[in-house]
Design a protein around this ligand. Sequence first.
Ligand code: ZN
Ligand code: ZN
Length: 316
Amino acid sequence: MEVVFWGVRGSIPSPPTSEDLKNKISRVLELAASHDISTAEKRDAFLSTLTYRELGFLGGNTPCVELRVKDKIFIFDMGTGIRELGEYLMKSGQSKSGLDLHIFIGHTHWDHIQGFPFFIPAYRPNTNIHFYFSHPQVKERLEFQQDYRFFPVSLEFMAAKKHFHLLDPTAPLNIDGIIVKTMELNHPGKAFCYRIESEGKSFVYASDGEYNNLPNSKINSYINFYRGTDFLIYDAPYSFTEEMEKINWGHSSAVVGVDLCVKAEVKKIALFHHAPENNDEAVFNLLDAAVNYKKQNYSTSELEIVLAREGVIFPV
Ligand SMILES: [Zn+2]
Ligand SMILES: [Zn+2]
């Protein structure tokens, strides 16, 4: 399996600003001060010593994650990141013979569906789209989003063949040997996480979920659902302090994610749904805090903590 992040920001798109770019340049110049950068070769050598923290942006699109599993394309949520995924898919060889896409919708808050009207493959008659969800009115909600008062093109007008599959959280799905499980998350209006198992590997997409004020039995059921996952995408827009201030907002923090994932023996957690008010530096600070928290509290744990960032491919 491979995970590709196309949108990693929560709530609303939040592209980097000129001020953010200036801060990155300032940091690079600071690091360059002790290097000889007088020729192109020397500059390249210096740049190769830097990390994505200095050289890139995390991305400003709302949630969309692609999972390449066997020969299938699974997509989790349809935030604004799905527009660029659509352009990528249209350029791929597969688009000539017709794309077969499996889209799993965690919930229908705007940031998780707002990109779909701009998803070019959905306008092609030789595209097949299977939508999977646990909210009973997802089709109506997608139609409503494209009511002519909000968007000029209706869902029905989009020429792809659309198939709607209402999932039963008590009954795992089998798509050509790929097992899909789903579970409700604690989030206003309900959200659902997904667990994918294929060829001995496992992946979980768990965006938009809060774990405060839940009975132990419920926490244990999440730990069981996440148990042993190779790659888990976790909703972590808050610091621990913010999380305590925002009870019942339906989101979590990296610190709580580390607690859950260590207990569940998860191998890798990707912090996701970055808050729009946090620039990249603030998000990196949350990552640093989570790594330190893990070191201090679970020194023997092998959990790896990474940041979800747009355009990056993670092998599972
Ligand atoms: Zn969200
Ligand atoms: Zn939400």
